[in-house]
Design a protein around this ligand. Structure first.
Ligand SMILES: NC(=O)c1ccc[n+]([C@@H]2O[C@H](COP(=O)([O-])OP(=O)(O)OC[C@H]3O[C@@H](n4cnc5c(N)ncnc54)[C@H](OP(=O)(O)O)[C@@H]3O)[C@@H](O)[C@H]2O)c1
Length: 244
């Protein structure tokens, strides 16, 4: 059994960008410590995760395990869960962080590719829905029972952002609704959507306003303090909330 000072995480898309920075900052924490199951589609190429696994500088206080997960593949999602269970053993999953996503195109509602729309929906909402369903017994055994679904301000209708990135925005708004349903279906869980802000990653681009380290330290401050009263909410990385 894990001690009260140690938590377990499954993070998807952990090989780069925000997922990698989440893994880094969690592993750097000494009290509490964290066991991070870092999921990525090509573990052999995940050199930054391997560097964390083999770090001898003392900067890594927690434990990291790398598992294969291609969220565009149902078979891969189904195969990942027993691998996660084997790592956890008797422990439950305290935090499931559905981070992996794609935003390959700035399309519009009257000019989009139908196959691309379906791919985006599969990766950005189908995959987190299925992974979370399959992880249910692991979450039920977790002490925190937190589900974080990475969303975007582009998912907000209330922010009135306009027509850009239509397929991505539709997928993230659907993810928001999924999260609301998860929160209502399981009042004993904490299910939230979280916008990391505009972050300098491959997706955010070099013109973004936040460094990954700043976004992620905010995210972790929000996520590790969540209570059931926060479930079903649409948070930003700094703890404020977006309109739906
Ligand atoms: N950056 C921003 O400004 C911003 C703003 C709002 C919301 N977000 C959200 O924040 C989350 C992280 O974004 P990011 O900026 O870190 O993006 P990123 O730098 O583009 O990284 C995306 C991650 O998702 C993974 N991924 C994509 N397709 C995958 C697949 N089929 N199977 C497994 N993994 C897959 C990538 O893995 P590979 O290396 O294998 O491709 C990578 O690890 C996403 O949910 C995104 O929508 C980001």
């Amino acid at each position: 059994m894990s001690s009260p000072e140690s938590y377990t995480w499954l993070i998807t898309g952990a090989n780069r960008g925000i997922g990698l920075e989440l893994t880094r900052q969690l592993l750097a924490s000494a009290a509490p410590t964290h066991t991070v199951i870092a999921a990525c589609r090509t573990p052999d190429a995940a050199s930054d995760l391997h560097a964390l696994q083999h770090d001898t500088s003392g900067a890594v206080k927690g434990a990291v395990h790398v598992v294969a997960l291609d969220v565009s593949s149902e078979a891969s999602i189904r195969a990942c869960v027993p691998a996660v269970q084997a790592i956890l053993g008797e422990r439950g999953l305290d935090y499931l962080y559905n981070n992996a996503a794609v935003n390959p195109t700035d399309d519009s509602p009257f000019d989009f590719s139908y196959p691309e729309l379906l791919d985006i929906l599969q990766i950005n909402v189908g995959a987190p829905a299925l992974l979370t369903q399959l992880c249910l017994p692991l979450i039920e055994r977790g002490r925190r029972k937190v589900i974080v679904n990475a969303t975007s301000g582009l998912a907000s209708i209330g922010l009135d952002i306009g027509a850009k990135c239509t397929s991505y925005s539709v997928s993230k708004t659907a993810l928001n609704m999924l999260t609301y349903k998860q929160a209502r279906a399981r009042p004993d869980f904490i299910a939230i959507v979280l916008d990391p802000g505009w972050v300098k990653t491959a997706m955010g681009g070099p013109g973004a306003v936040l460094e990954p380290a700043e976004s992620v330290s905010g995210i972790l401050s929000v996520v590790t303090r969540l209570t059931t009263a926060d479930s079903g909410k649409f948070f930003r990385y700094n703890g404020t909330q977006h309109p739906w």
